[in-house]
Each structure stands twice: as C-alpha cells, then as structure tokens.
Design a protein around this ligand. Structure first.
Ligand SMILES: [Zn+2]
Length: 475
C-alpha cells in the first residue's frame, strides 16, 4: 500500500481516538509510565525499561537494555527493521524525571490518574508524555505492518535530568545502537491560544542554548566577628552580585530567533505584534527597549533573546563568631549558540571588577580551566540542525496538516537537552513536546500538578505517526 493509504488510515484512526473521549493508547501508556517513580536521583530507569520490553518484543522489535554502572539505571533501545535502503531514524525520550514537592500537589504525582480529561503526574509533559507518544507511534508502525525503508529506533534514556550516564555516556560506548540519519527529541512546543483549543503555533527546535557555570569567589580577611575589617568577603560577594543583578547581557537575535519572533508577530494581536516587529527591525533603540521590557515579562521569551544570568548556590561562613576569609557563588548562565565564551567570561569579570573577586569556570571532574573553556567554545560553535532534511520537512508538513490554522517555525530551546550526543557527531536533532499545551500546562512543568490532556496525547500520536510514515515508510 502507498504511503497516502497509510496516511488516510492514520487520519481515520485519529478521528476514532478523538471519539474515545476518556482515553487512548498513549494516555494509557503514560499512566503506566508515571506509576514507575523515576525521580532522578536515583532515576530507577531500569524498571521502566523492563515495563517497555515485553510491549516492544511482542511486536517484533529488537530490544537492547543497556545497564549503566549504577545498579537499576539503564537505557532502553528498541529497533524496528526496515529494508535498509535509507539510514535509521531515531526517536529519543528521557525516562527520568525531576523530584516532587509532594505536599504541594493536589493529585498523587505517581498514580497517573485522569481528572477532567488530563493525565496528572510527574513527567506528564517532561517527558513521559513524549515518551508515551513516541513509543505508541512507533509501535503502531509495527502493528499496522507498514513496510519501512529504514530502521526506526526508539530510545528511552537514563540520566537526562542529572547524573553521569546519560546519552553522552551511551554514545561513547554503544554508538552503533543509536547511530541514525537524524533524530527526534524533546524541544519545541505546540502552543494553544489563550482560553482556546486552537493551536497558535508549532515550534520545532533545531538548536538548544547551552550552559556555563562560573564560580565567583570573594576573598577577605578571616577574623573574630567582634572586630570587623573593611575587607569582608561576604560584603564583597554581595557587591559583585548586586552589580551582576543590574547588568543586562543584551539582546541577541540569531536566525532561529528571528524566524520564531516573526511567527509570533504574525500570530499576535496588538500591541504584541508591534513589539515583535520593533524588536525584529532593531532600528529604534527606544522602541526596542520598550518592546524588550514588555515582551520580557514572559521569562521564557526574555531568556530566548539573551544570555541569562542566574545565581544558584551561595557558600560562605561556618560559625557566628568568625568572619570567613572567603565566600563564593555559583552563577548559571544559559548562552545563545555562537556566543564567544571567553569574551563573555571577560564581560562578567569587567562587571564584577574588584581586587577581592575572582571568576573562574566551574569545571567538570578532573577538567582544567583551559579544557573547560575549549569544550564550551566547541559547544557554542555547534551548528543548528538544518531545515532542509526529510525529517524537518515531515514534522513541518504533519504539523500544518494537523493544525492548518497554526504557524510552524524553527525554535531555539531555552534549556538544554541531551541532543548534543548526536549533534556533536553531525546527526541533526529536532525537538518537540508532541502535544498541544497552554501557558497554564507549561507553568506546571518541573512544578506542581504537572498534567497533559488526554486529547492532546491523541493528537500528538497521530501527528508523530504521520511523520514516521513520511520519513520511514517504503515507497
Ligand atoms: Zn525534559
């Protein structure tokens, strides 16, 4: 059967799913996934891998479970064979989640209950929902017996939210299992209009911001706290932080940002439309500053157009009757690809300039300052994944088909993902959270009462399934 035939069946099954108001296979799988607590640390991803194994094996996938040196922590890889005429397509989803403040949830974060059409639970959006959608779409290929031109690889990853055995580790030791022509991961968004089920835009991430952590240390004179001197390390550190808090790293628009803001301008009402247009024009400094202030009220958009500054851990002092000789703070910066890291660190040194202050990179274990800088410069030079690939086109076409009223745009993901393992090796990676969500849903991610709508999961599964048919189906 031709692809168009499968696309028609996919469209039909989408309607069937929508008719089942209560639930759908992706929602049911998500509920099972949420019930395996994979809060990292420790992660416990091996238990989730064992939950997935029989489902994939029954459909003829070749399953590998890669145990890491940490007991109970494992990556799950399932491969559905194609005829080998094209190189594999990989779908990756992290299996671990961040922890919860259980008291602040109104639902049990690890029960996977459906309430008012939403599946609740830690990871519902980030990223067990995506894991369920990707898994369900891939398994549907096998159930429907679709002839494939390429292998389709499904990966449920360990240690994305933290830890040492993530995709970097997996790629080093098991690259042949996850080598692909291109990959799909978390990243962009399917954003609904306010108070509406209409989708405003679909963003597909083609690059991620990257992070730099600096340790800023203040030195002073250690002495009994009854005889304070002017060279107090904690005061010096406070002054440095104060200067940093008032420093604006400035607006930087790269081609992905410009395309995304163009989309927002085209889909916004006034006054937002004018703000985006002023920012894009960049000609009138006063109007740009006003637009920046107005748009920057949204922390995501503020972060999107600049290198961000966030002090995260502060240390200093050990008892009340001693003025400590040193105090330090770790400051986390999220940088736009293309940023000259050495020049950026110099900028931070200039801003915090004080003989009592030193600024250095918070390095990885056993890494020198120079090695860390070289690694970060290399990361900054990583090119965005190109938009002229079969996978990007299939994502964009399937999104337009599903949401004809929405704009489709490339996107710079404001946080980091584990896509570097592939991008470092020249494999294009695209990112999407494959379900329509609104600002309320988005604000619950990594927060309390995280949830995703049952309907959104059905739509996302249909969309991803059509992407798979387009990219991996044999003609
Ligand atoms: Zn995530």
């Amino acid at each position: 059967m031709k692809i168009t035939g499968y696309l028609a069946i996919a469209a039909l099954s989408l309607f069937t799913l929508q008719a089942q108001a209560q639930s759908n296979p992706a929602a049911e799988l998500l509920r099972e996934l949420i019930r395996v607590d994979t809060s990292n640390p420790p992660g416990n991803e091996g238990e989730l891998a064992e939950l997935l194994r029989p489902k994939f094996e029954a459909l003829g996938f070749e399953v590998s479970i890669i145990e890491t040196p940490t007991p109970g922590k494992a990556h799950f890889i399932a491969r559905l064979r194609g005829d080998g005429s094209k190189r594999p397509l990989l779908l990756a989803a992290h299996a671990d989640v961040v922890g919860v403040e259980r008291d602040l949830w109104t639902q049990d974060p690890f029960a996977g209950d459906i309430v008012n059409g939403y599946v609740y639970g830690r990871g519902a959006i980030d990223f067990k929902g995506g894991l369920a959608v990707f898994a369900e779409a891939v398994m549907r290929l096998a159930r429907d017996g679709v002839p494939l031109a390429r292998d389709v690889i499904f990966l449920a990853e360990a240690d994305e939210e933290g830890g040492s055995y993530g995709t970097g580790w997996l790629a080093r030791d098991h690259w042949p299992l996850i080598d692909a022509e291109f990959a799909l991961n978390e990243g962009g968004w399917i954003i609904k209009r306010r108070n509406s089920d209409d989708v405003r835009y679909v963003s597909i991430s083609t690059a991620d911001k990257f992070f730099l952590t600096l340790r800023i240390t203040a030195s002073g004179h250690s002495i009994h706290s009854s005889m304070p001197r002017p060279d107090n390390a904690i005061f010096a550190l406070a002054r440095a932080l104060d200067k940093l808090s008032r420093h604006d790293t400035g607006i930087q628009l790269i081609p992905i940002t410009r395309q995304f803001f163009q989309t927002l301008a085209e889909t916004a009402g006034e006054p937002e439309r004018t703000w985006f247009e002023d920012l894009l024009a960049g000609t009138d400094a006063a109007r740009v500053a006003q637009a920046d202030r107005a748009i920057g009220v949204d922390p995501l958009l503020r972060a999107f157009m600049r290198n961000t500054v966030a002090p995260v851990i502060i240390q200093g002092g050990f008892r009340t009757n001693v003025i400590p000789g040193a105090a330090s703070v770790l400051v986390n910066f999220r940088l736009i690809p293309g940023t000259d890291v050495a020049a950026f660190i110099e900028e931070i040194r200039r801003v915090t300039a004080d003989p009592a202050i030193s600024v250095e990179i918070s390095t990885g274990a056993g890494e020198s300052q120079q090695e860390a800088l070289a690694r970060l410069q290399q990361r900054s030079m990583q090119q965005p994944s190109p938009e002229d690939t079969e996978l990007y086109r299939a994502l964009a076409d399937s999104a337009r088909e599903q949401y004809p009223e929405a704009q489709v745009t490339s996107y710079l993901f404001q946080a980091g993902t584990d896509a570097s393992a592939w991008r470092n090796r020249g494999v294009p990676v695209y990112g999407i959270y494959p379900y329509p969500i609104d600002q309320d849903d988005l604000s619950r991610m990594h927060g309390n009462d995280e949830r995703v709508s049952v309907q959104s999961l059905a739509e996302g599964t249909g969309m991803i399934y059509r992407v798979l048919l387009r990219v991996a189906g044999a003609d």
